[in-house]
Design a protein around this ligand. Structure first.
Ligand code: ATP
Length: 324
């Protein structure tokens, strides 16, 4: 288990991590999600020991590693740009950390071949790393991290250089590899889709704190704050004054698909639209508020649409009131 205890980190006057605590289970795929500049990379750097904490501690399997230098922390880090050694073969890249440790040649061969098989790159071992695709390079980077058998892994948006389709495939692969390894992954991304599809649990980083930590469905269904409701989802959660539905002193939050079109509670005018396959997201002006609803069929800007809300959550002072 990895315990993050009251992590605080600032750069000059800028407080980036403002007392973060969480326990990450062994074998968990833990994703830290936040917008650009939220402090995700900083979080990984303090765990890795590349940046020093102002205060707080990191305890791994009961041992405080916070004051250890990076190389003594027994973790592996995979970055956005894989930083592979360009003039070496795939084999030599993967073997590199083992050579540094003085592992014997036979043992290196055995280990490299094993991780290469795990990642499906066994046929590329003799290739130069600059002559393989981005997706393959990414696997080499992961193989190089895995081969050291670290106690856990830190991944900083490792899929962000891949095109959308390869990325989708790579996510599935990564999840499979993680399960096969039984490794603990701490993975940071600003892409909520990626977070939702990979994570056992997601931590939403906002203003130096984990604003919510939970399984993906929980974050989607019961966002702890309005901010999380707007941040998670292909489209933000809608918010309307409670009194529209007869509820005083609260705001009502609902997802675009939690409505029934042609229902008779509200009317709105289509101001724009976005088609996603067979569905269309309609951006409506309803009274003085913007509301997004999901529909199917033909619509035009300027159309009048009526709808009712099937499911909703109540929020007070920015926080959810309804419990699961
Ligand atoms: N070495 C540094 N010196 C000063 N400020 C820094 C340093 N590194 C990061 N920051 C600042 O700390 C904040 C958090 O940066 P960080 O890179 O951790 O964010 P991030 O969530 O990873 O962003 P992104 O998704 O854009 O990579 C930013 O405001 C950034 O400008």
């Amino acid at each position: 288990m990895i315990e993050l205890k009251e992590l605080v980190k600032s750069y000059g006057k800028k407080l980036v991590l403002n007392g973060i605590s969480e326990k990450i289970e062994t074998g968990e795929f833990f994703v830290i999600l936040g917008p650009s500049g939220a402090g995700k990379s900083t979080m990984l750097k303090v765990i890795a020991g590349i940046e020093e904490l102002d205060s707080g501690s990191i305890v791994v399997d009961g041992k405080d590693i916070s004051r250890l230098p990076p190389e003594k922390r027994n973790l592996a880090m995979v970055f956005q740009n894989y930083a592979l050694y360009p003039n070496m073969t795939v084999f030599d890249n993967i073997a590199f950390p083992l050579k540094m440790k003085g592992v014997s040649r036979d043992k290196i061969k055995e280990k490299v071949e094993r991780v290469a098989r795990l990642l499906g790159i066994q046929d590329l071992l003799k290739s130069n790393v600059t002559k393989i695709s981005g997706g393959q390079q990414q696997r080499v980077a992961i193989a190089r991290a895995i081969v050291r058998e670290p106690s856990f892994y830190l991944l900083d948006e490792p899929l962000s250089n891949l095109d959308a389709r390869t990325r989708f495939k790579a996510r599935g692969e990564l999840k499979r590899i993680q399960k096969e390894l039984g490794g603990t992954f701490i993975y940071v991304t600003h892409d909520q889709k990626e977070a939702m599809s990979l994570a056992d649990r997601v931590a939403v980083l906002h203003e130096g704190k984990f604003e919510q930590v939970g399984v993906p469905m929980e974050l989607y269904e019961y966002p702890r704050t309005k901010w999380v409701g707007e941040f998670i989802g292909d489209f933000p959660m809608n918010f309307i004054p409670g009194d529209w539905l007869g509820a005083q002193g609260v705001e009502i939050g609902f997802r675009p698909e939690w409505v029934k079109l042609d229902g008779n509670d509200f009317r709105g005018t289509v101001s724009s639209m976005e088609s996603v396959g067979e569905y269309t997201y309609l951006f409506l002006d309803v009274k003085d508020t913007k509301v997004i609803v999901k529909g199917s069929g033909q619509f035009d800007v300027g159309d009048e649409v009526s709808f009712s809300i099937n499911k909703c959550r109540r929020f007070k002072d920015g926080f959810i009131v309804d419990q699961k």
